[in-house]
Design a protein around this ligand. Structure first.
Ligand SMILES: [Zn+2]
Ligand SMILES: [Zn+2]
Length: 218
């Protein structure tokens, strides 16, 4: 499995393209916010000959969804996300105005709703190159925040739940500090320590490193 990271938009958000050996791909949190960023993502997908299957949003804050419509329109794909965050999409125009980001396209919708226990397949389910992602609900930064865990390659896409040495902020609408800490402890810290954690902002870390060094949870 191949993981390519881009850092997009004024929030320095990490967008991940995850692909398998057969050339199937999914994009996690497309944050491209202008034509240059859209072109970077587009060129990568084309140059690598990847077939985009779907978009997965860990949550629906503005910095994680700005590229949704571009990918939907260009590749005819749908986006997966938790419905409990859908209200953030209604607030997108207002949020964009507030942060001075011109909205290039229509407001996206949740295409396929996700809940705890869902499995997302990269590639055809059951095929040798297929990769499986387990969906865990970890609210607290956002009410509909999910994370994606791929046990086969020991990697976790954590969105804005867990960062290197930090955790997601809980002062936004629907945020809850206790809920976030509880979710991190019960669902993330129980994963194998060598699990790589791909964060929504900042560098890659691991469950073991955060268990040892993260002041919010260690
Ligand atoms: Zn966020
Ligand atoms: Zn973010």
């Amino acid at each position: 499995m191949n993981i390519k990271a881009f850092t997009f938009n004024p929030f320095q958000e990490n967008t991940y393209v995850v692909s398998n050996n057969a050339g199937d791909a999914l994009v996690i949190d497309p944050g491209c916010s202008n034509p240059q960023e859209e072109a970077r993502l587009h060129n990568y997908l084309i140059e690598e000959g990847l077939r985009l299957q779907c978009i997965v949003n860990t949550h629906l804050h503005i910095d994680h969804v700005l590229g949704n419509r571009f990918l939907e329109e260009t590749f005819g794909v749908r986006s997966m996300a938790h419905q409990s965050d859908a209200f953030w999409l209604e607030r997108l125009p207002e949020q964009a105005k507030m942060f001075g980001i011109p909205l290039l396209r229509d407001v996206p919708q949740v295409g396929i709703p996700l809940v705890e226990g869902d499995r997302i397949w990269l590639g055809k389910e059951g095929s040798p190159e297929a990769e499986c992602f387990d969906v865990f609900e970890v609210p607290g930064h956002a009410p509909g925040h999910i994370v994606l865990y791929n046990a086969n390659n020991a990697c976790l896409f954590a969105g804005d739940v867990l960062f290197k040495g930090s955790i997601g902020r809980t002062d936004l609408i629907g945020g809850n500090y206790e809920q976030l800490i509880d979710g991190i402890r019960s669902k993330l810290l129980v994963l194998p320590e060598d699990t790589d954690v791909f964060c929504g902002h900042g560098p890659v870390t691991s469950i073991g490193k955060e268990k040892q060094h993260n002041p919010f949870i260690s």
